[in-house]
Design a protein around this ligand. Structure first.
Ligand code: 26Q
Length: 825
């Protein structure tokens, strides 16, 4: 059948004019005919939805043109497979990408509306936990901006990361109903639904003399694609993010309907829709939950099928698939894609095993985001066999052939073969997904130089000696569009006035700011931007959280997921020590540097210790903020529900960035990069990307403290005894005793028993060992901050020297080291 055509259809849609009047017209049309309300009767939500659709309209022509271009150019795609995308609000980004911010502002003003108010109405899509999901969002932004063909594949969770509230200082989770007020950025395509099978058994059959296997599944669900625009920055390109939503299949519930059981049929529907109902809020120590595996297979099966069908439509020979796509596995969550592609090629396309494996292993690459052994995903073979029996067989065969290779290379070393087995026998029979990804991928990368080194040496040593060329590093990056240009307009204007506008897509040009560190006027202008950002933040915290923060303080910020290894407790020990020094009379409050400490952190709902630490932080905050003896010199704020939207306000305002994980534990960090690029100085350990930040900004512009990774290993090996530090350090002892005394809990001495005894008797992440060094570093911070001009110079040098951390650079590294794809202009 020939597709329908019309002369006018050659230019798919034309963007509305970029004039204020043109924009007003579009906006009112959306309000009236899209939203069905008159301006005079419209709510803020009506206005926001109409505005979003108006801006979306300006991107439409570019999107359709990008899709047309892709089909024609046959360029190689990046297929980014990620169970999480932590996108943040869309409207501001779309206005920036289309350069419509000023037009929209004026157009709305002429209708008596305020753009900022409408922007504040958007609920961010929080479809991720933290770093890994946010990284995926930065990467697809960069690829679009660099004109690289990319499809992001993922899951459209009906409920994203929970909304955090505090009740009496304790975290209470609320569902994230991000879709409730309308979803103007998504394009559902129910007609393009894909079927996904589960359960059942496998059987062999004779196919004209060849024995083949077929999977006889027990049930299936539908995957509905929802498309989202991923606009490049002012470059006319719009890539696609395709998120899948689960729905019951007709066949599935019809048979039950026909059996007359209405209630059972509706239950079946609920069962299917459960798969994409909610994002798992854990970001480590995976629990091996069946629903989680269903989510993983669901989105990966939809995505692989989706891409292959696109290729088949083109009559493309799948033997050349690696020339058209590289699937990047964002951690192990999508690794079940490997046996899925094998199953399609071997069972459905009836290829020989060897030719299927040859193609499959050239289509994938794997990024690891952790070093914590308990965070490495494994799936019990019981569970896998029940849910995906054919995939388990395929994994067994991949493993058998791989181990044969290992044994051939090391004939006398059976222990090595056992260590390297994808299938582990202890403590239960299970599949190590990181090993499967390593065996199947063309490349394995860590996310910062130190992490990639430790990954090769400590997590996958047998694999890195077997395939040294497979292992590489790509240091993470962040998008300068969202995290500088959009989040920090005052700094952006200063940078553009100084070096021109090109830095937004060529961040190394920030280096041109370097000489201005010596320029007094520039320094004053830089300080003004910080003040503007602080004022903006404090106004937000007043209305958002009812928190009133004092002006003129050093703003000290620690925002990231709550994890013991990240050591929020070390920060709390510092705060308690500062407090203790004043109330014990050891220091005079009037001689203390005024400081405000801001925390932002969500704890996984089942992570008990993390929740206790949140309770301690809130209790310390409440006590300090009420204590007049501090003379307003020290205050602590813990606004609830830290998310991308809050980060965009907090980071530009910060003076000091806390990056204090135990060395060797934080794979990279990306918040650390955002702070440095916004002119905060870092107090940090030699961990993750901090190492590279420090190398670039120079020791004199970075407050380094703590043990190095080898020192941590040595101390571990020698035997670590936290009580020795407690007994021998008077300030440390006094701070811990103060916590135990009930000073932060209305006299209740047991309130923080778990946190305290964990620190004293376990302290897996060695907070006590690094305490003194951390306090010394904070003394250096205070001494430096007093000298405003010198501090400002350091801040400017941080900005000028960290252009490396653009996610555009990360993408160039992936392109050259891993994907072998190129921009397609
Ligand atoms: C796995 C299985 C079951 C349930 C949940 C999970 C799960 C979900 C999310 C496991 C891990 C995550 C997220 C991990 C993460 O965000 N890691 C961070 O990745 C950043 C980007 O590379 C790094 O900068 C951080 O250092 C790293 O902690």
């Amino acid at each position: 059948m020939t597709p329908p055509t019309h002369p006018l259809a050659l230019a798919p849609v034309s963007a509305p004019p970029h004039s204020v009047d043109g924009f007003v017209k579009e906006f009112l049309r959306e309000l009236n005919t899209g939203q069905g309300v008159a301006l005079s009767r419209s709510t803020v939500n009506d206005q926001y939805l109409a505005l979003a659709r108006t801006v979306r309209h300006y991107l439409m022509a570019r999107w359709l043109e990008t899709l047309r271009h892709n089909r024609q150019s046959k360029a190689k795609y990046v297929g980014y497979l990620s169970a999480e995308y932590l996108l943040g609000r869309q409207l501001g980004n779309a206005l920036m990408a289309t350069d419509l911010n000023d037009v929209a502002e004026k157009a709305l003003a002429s209708c008596g509306l305020d753009l900022a108010t409408l922007r504040a109405q958007e609920v961010e899509p929080g479809l991720g936990n933290g770093g890994l999901g946010r990284l995926a969002a930065c990467f697809i932004d960069s690829l679009a901006t660099m004109s690289v063909p990319c499809i992001g594949y993922g899951i459209r969770y009906e409920y994203g990361i929970f909304r955090q509230t505090f009740v009496d200082g304790r975290q209470v989770e609320q569902p994230d109903t991000w879709l409730a007020l309308g979803a103007p950025w998504e394009f559902p395509h129910p007609e393009a639904a894909v079927e996904v099978d589960f359960g059942g058994y496998t059987e062999t059959y004779d196919d004209n003399g060849t024995e083949r296997t077929r999977w006889v599944p027990a049930w299936n669900v539908l995957g509905i694609p929802y498309n989202y625009m991923v606009p490049g920055y002012q470059n006319g390109r719009v890539n696609t993010l395709r998120l899948w939503s689960a729905q019951a299949t007709k066949a599935f519930d019809l048979s039950i309907f026909n059996a007359g059981d209405y209630a059972e049929a509706v239950r079946a529907q609920t069962f299917a829709e459960n798969i994409t109902k909610v994002l798992y809020p854990e970001d480590s120590t995976p629990q091996g939950k069946e629903l989680r595996l269903q989510q993983q297979y669901f989105f990966v099966a939809c995505s692989i099928r989706d891409f292959i069908e696109q290729m088949v439509e083109e009559d493309f020979d799948l033997h050349n698939l690696p020339e058209r796509i590289h699937f990047q596995l964002n951690d192990t969550h999508p690794v079940i894609a490997v046996p899925e592609l094998m199953r399609i090629l071997v069972d459905e396309k009836k290829w020989e095993w060897d030719e299927a494996w040859d193609v499959t292993r050239r289509c994938f690459a794997y990024t690891c985001h952790t070093l914590l052994p308990e965070a490495l995903e494994t799936w019990p073979t019981d569970l896998l066999g029940r849910l995906l029996p054919r995939h388990l067989e395929i994994i067994f065969r991949i493993n058998d052939e791989f181990l044969a290779e290992v044994r051939a290379a090391y004939p006398e070393d059976e222990l090595r073969a056992r260590r390297m087995s994808i299938v582990a026998d202890y403590p239960e029979r299970s599949v190590r997904m990181a090993y499967l990804a390593t065996v199947a991928g063309t490349r394995v990368n860590g996310v910062a130089a130190l992490h990639s080194q430790l990954l090769a040496e400590k997590v996958l040593p047998d694999f890195s000696s077997f395939w040294p060329d497979k292992f590489t590093n790509v240091t993470n990056g962040v998008t300068p569009r969202r995290f500088i240009k959009m989040a920090n307009p005052s700094l952006s204007e200063l940078i553009t006035d100084t070096v021109g506008p090109g830095w937004v897509t060529d961040l190394e040009r920030l280096a041109e700011l370097e000489p201005y560190a010596e320029d007094e006027d520039f320094r004053r202008a830089f300080r003004r931007t910080k003040d503007v950002n602080k004022t903006r933040l404090y106004a937000l915290l007043r209305t958002r959280d009812g928190i009133d923060l004092p002006e003129g303080h050093l703003l000290d910020v620690m925002v990231k997921r709550l994890h013991e290894y990240k050591r929020q407790t070390l920060k709390l020990l510092h705060v308690v020590t500062l407090y203790d020094r004043i109330i014990s009379g050891r220091v005079d409050p009037t001689s203390v540097l005024p400081r405000t400490v801001v925390f932002g952190a969500k704890a996984a709902p089942g992570y008990r210790m993390a929740k206790e630490i949140i309770f301690l932080a809130n209790s310390v905050a409440a006590t300090l903020n009420a204590d007049k003896r501090l003379n307003g010199r020290l205050s602590v704020a813990f606004p609830a529900n830290y998310n991308v939207t809050l980060a965009e306000k907090l980071i530009p305002a910060a003076d000091l960035s806390e990056q204090i994980s135990l060395a060797g534990m934080e794979a990279s960090g990306t918040g650390n990069m955002k702070f440095a690029l916004n002119g905060a100085l870092t107090v940090g350990t030699d961990d993750g990307a901090n190492v590279e930040i420090r190398q670039l900004v120079g020791d004199e512009n970075f407050f380094l403290f703590g043990m190095t990774e080898p020192e941590v290993s040595d101390l571990q090996a020698a035997g670590y005894h936290p009580t020795e530090y407690y007994e021998s350090n008077a300030e440390l002892k006094s701070a811990i005793d103060l916590i135990s005394s009930g000073a932060f809990s209305d006299g209740d001495r047991n309130a923080f028993e778990q946190v305290v005894s964990n620190l004293l008797y376990q302290d897996r992440f060695m907070a006590l060992a690094d305490y003194q060094s951390y306090l010394d570093a904070q003394d250096r911070v205070e001494a430096a901050y007093v000298n405003k001009e010198a501090w400002t110079k350091s801040a400017i040098r941080n900005i000028a020297r960290t252009g490396f951390f653009s996610s555009d650079r990360s993408m160039r590294d992936y392109l050259s080291r891993i994907w072998g794809a190129t921009p397609d202009r």
